[in-house]
Design a protein around this ligand. Structure first.
Ligand code: TYD
Length: 147
């Protein structure tokens, strides 16, 4: 496989500002463009997922997203075609920026975990790459066996 320029994969996580009221819980907040490096056009959330289920299995050509888990424990597996990394979302104040051209799988590690996503664009089915080999070609990281 061709090697990417000599860089390591940058995984950008953010900590939401959190305000705890003694004995009354915590408020966590982030602001588009200030705490997240883009304007937000769409928010969606994935729920009612049994533990042990894996979703995702795709990349986006352009879409940029912030993922966070307000309740539960979800393992996010990222792959830029050259390197892989994992981030465990296990705290309501932890956010993960997923840039475009990242293959992602999300593994539900705890029943009733909720995955929230803030995205910089409206839904566009044409922005998805759902075939892993096509993804590798798209990012210039073809399978060496095929070269
Ligand atoms: P998908 O992005 O494949 O979810 P996951 O990565 O968690 O498996 O989306 C699941 C389905 O929902 C798919 O049929 C597309 C649809 N969908 C919308 O209609 N609008 C949206 O904004 C999103 C994110 C998905």
């Amino acid at each position: 496989a061709r090697r990417k320029a000599d860089t390591t994969m940058i995984i950008q996580t953010i900590r939401m500002k959190s305000v705890t009221a003694e004995g009354m819980g915590t408020l966590s907040v982030f602001e588009a463009e200030h705490d997240v490096p883009f304007a937000i056009k769409r928010i969606y959330y994935i729920h009612n997922v049994p533990a042990g289920v894996q979703r995702g299995g795709h990349a986006h050509k352009k879409l940029r997203q912030l993922l966070w888990c307000p309740y539960g424990k979800i393992l996010i597996k990222l792959d830029d075609g050259f390197e892989k990394a994992e981030v465990l979302l296990d705290s309501p104040d932890k956010g993960l920026i997923v840039e475009s051209n990242m293959w992602r799988d999300m593994l539900w590690q705890q029943e009733n975990s909720v995955l929230c996503v803030a995205a910089d664009s409206f839904y566009d089915a044409d922005d998805y790459i759902r075939d892993y080999e096509a993804f590798l070609r798209h990012v210039g990281a073809e399978d060496p066996a095929k070269e």
